[in-house]
Structure formats: structure tokens, C-alpha cells
Write a protein that binds this ligand. Structure first.
Ligand code: E4P
Length: 221
């Protein structure tokens, strides 16, 4: 499973990229809003992210409401950098936009996916990435991982004539990451905090402290 980072924060993206295991970035309007940037800075900000992550897919989300607006937005966003992927929320208007954009070679990440039928429609319309959410399903008392398992099995059962990768999104914890990998998600997009939590383990910390203490004795012997 590949790791994407789910943030629009350039500092977080740069640090995660420096680890050498980052395969892409996903952003959304809420994540961009958290950076404090305004509308006028949005496209420049996406270009900065695409530059830091040159060659890796960077999802920039359109907030357009109609098919024609989404197509125009999608073309504009895709032209920002070769690695920009246009993110569209699932719906009838966005399926039509995805179909048109995919025919032009624009990669689309279809987001706000909560069911297998939504994911199948997105893949069939031409989406290059399909993003089912885990945490938001857990938040309302259902099992986000079980939903992901259905989606992975259903989507990967068919050939769409183009590559389709499933991005496990709305990830909250290392447990979600483990489960997403076990369920066969192609990618997990993980917020920076959860990514750092994936790095740590109490026994790793304890082991390091013991090595340090023992090495100090070696040096003093
Ligand atoms: C991913 O593409 C989504 O934008 C993101 O994972 C949503 O996560 P949240 O439920 O934590 O907002």
C-alpha cells in the first residue's frame, strides 16, 4: 500500500516527503482553509505543493457545482502542473465531468465515496482514483473498514480499461492504516498527525532508551 499525506500544509508535506516514503498528496477545501490561505492564493498554493512533490499525484479539489463548471475548473487545475489530479465529489454532475475530463487525459480523484455502488460508478465514469472514507463512517457509528472492504472487493473485480486505484481516506489512526492495508486498499491518505503516530510504538521508545543507556556504559567502560 502506498502512503499519501492528507493535508494542504506545506511544512507537513515537506517533512513527510523528506522521509522518502511519500507517494502523493490529497487536499480538500477544508484542509486548504486550515492553511489560512485565501481564494486568490489557492492555485499558487497548489503549484507549490505540486513542486515540492514533483512527479507525485497531488489532488486539488474543485468546488464547482455543474458539469460544465467542473470541466472548466478541472482543465484549469490540471494545467497548473503535470502532477495535479482533479478531485471531484461523487454526484451525477461530477460523473459526467469525470467522463469528459478523463477523455482529455485529465486524472480525476473521485471523493466523498461511502458505498460500493458510488465507487463502481466513479470507476466506470473514468476516475483514476476513488476515495472511500473510513473515519466519517466510524464517526456515525458504523464500520468504516467493513465498508472499505466491500469497496475494494467490488471495484477490483472488474476491468475499466484504465487503471483505478482505491485511496482509503478519512483515516484517523495507525489502526485504520493497518486495516486499510489488510483490506487491499492501493493507497492510504493519512493526516500528518496520524502518519507520525504510525512511526511510533512504546516498545520502540523503550528499546531506544535501553540502547542509549547501555551504550553510555560501553563508552564509559
Ligand atoms: C481525502 O481525500 C479526504 O479529503 C479526507 O481524507 C477527509 O478526511 P476527514 O474525514 O478527516 O475530513
Amino acid at each position: 500500500m502506498k502512503f499519501f499525506i492528507d493535508t494542504a500544509d506545506l511544512g507537513e508535506i515537506s517533512e513527510a516527503a523528506s522521509w522518502g516514503c511519500l507517494a502523493g498528496v490529497t487536499t480538500n477545501p477544508s484542509l486548504y482553509a486550515r492553511t489560512g490561505g485565501g481564494l486568490a492564493d489557492f492555485e499558487d498554493h497548489m503549484v507549490k505543493i505540486a513542486t515540492v512533490c514533483e512527479g507525485l499525484p497531488v489532488s486539488a479539489e474543485s468546488t464547482a457545482m455543474t458539469t460544465q463548471e467542473m470541466i472548466a475548473d478541472g482543465r484549469r487545475l490540471a494545467a497548473l502542473a503535470p502532477n495535479v489530479v482533479v478531485k471531484l465529489p461523487i454526484g451525477s454532475q461530477s460523473l459526467a465531468a469525470t467522463h469528459a475530463l478523463a477523455a482529455e487525459g485529465v486524472k480525476v480523484n473521485m471523493t466523498l465515496i461511502f458505498s460500493a455502488p458510488q465507487a463502481l460508478l466513479a470507476a466506470r465514469a473514468g476516475a483514476r482514483f476513488v476515495s472511500p472514507f473510513i473515519g466519517r463512517i466510524d464517526d456515525i457509528g458504523y464500520d468504516g473498514i467493513a465498508g472499505l472492504e466491500d469497496i475494494v472487493r467490488a471495484v477490483h473485480n472488474y476491468d475499466y480499461g484504465h487503471e483505478v486505484e482505491i485511496i482509503a481516506a478519512s483515516i484517523r489512526s495507525p489502526h485504520h492504516v493497518t486495516q486499510a492495508a489488510l483490506m487491499g486498499a492501493d493507497i492510504a491518505t493519512v493526516p500528518f498527525g496520524a502518519l507520525k503516530n504510525c512511526l511510533s510504538h512504546p516498545l520502540t521508545e523503550q528499546g531506544l532508551a535501553r540502547f542509549e543507556a547501555d551504550w553510555a556504559e560501553v563508552k564509559n567502560a
